[in-house]
Design a binder for this molecule. Structure first.
Ligand code: SF4
Ligand code: SF4
Length: 181
């Protein structure tokens, strides 16, 4: 474990798991629904066994606006691959910050290339939906949006390489915090 790294060194300037870039919902633990709704977050499946809240989180304002206050458990517990790699000395903090910068730059370029523009940050899921729509479209349409398709494929690879944990559901430890796409 890297003793000099504080998770916030990487996470405060990042926020990709809060702003909807990576996930469209975060899972809650049982009993957190009222507290989470009280924070102004949109609780999903409140009475089911798998409650969650909708992302992008409205409390993300460049960084988490309640970082020092009580938050849903997952907010402090979730660790992406990049954070784990920095904690385990497989990456320097500066390398991690460079990767986040690269993701943000690709996001900005992708937003300008989206076949159907969206407000705010384009989530990974929205990019996938638009890629799938193009897969059903004419060859000419696909050719028109070739730059988008190429960049979207590279973006997905970057997210998988550095952020998304590739566990199969059956191998997930019971206590591992999850974010869902
Ligand atoms: S995506 Fe990773 S590095 Fe970024 S805020 Fe979330 S846990 Fe931290
Ligand atoms: S409460 Fe803060 S840490 Fe939790 S999802 Fe919202 S912005 Fe992120």
């Amino acid at each position: 474990m890297n003793p000099s790294l504080v998770g916030s060194d990487l996470c405060v300037p990042c926020g990709l798991c809060c702003d909807g870039s990576l996930f469209e919902r975060a899972n809650l633990r049982a009993g957190e629904q009222s507290f989470t709704a009280g924070l102004g977050l949109k609780v999903l499946n409140a009475s089911s066994e798998k409650p969650g809240f909708h992302l992008p989180c409205p409390l993300f304002k460049g960084c988490c606006s309640i970082y020092e206050q009580p938050r849903p458990h997952i907010c402090g517990a979730f660790k992406c691959k990049l954070l784990l790699a920095c904690e385990n000395n497989r990456f320097e903090l500066s390398d991690g910050l460079e990767i986040i910068k690269k993701v943000r730059a690709m996001q900005a370029e992708l937003s300008s290339l989206l076949p159907t523009s969206v407000d705010g940050i384009s989530s990974r899921q929205e990019i996938k939906r638009q890629m799938q729509a193009l897969a059903q479209a004419s060859q000419e349409e696909r050719r028109t949006h070739l730059s988008f398709l190429v960049l979207a494929a590279k973006y997905e690879m970057l997210l998988r390489k550095h952020f998304l944990l590739q566990f199969s559901k059956k191998n997930l430890p019971n206590n591992l915090p999850e974010m869902d796409g």
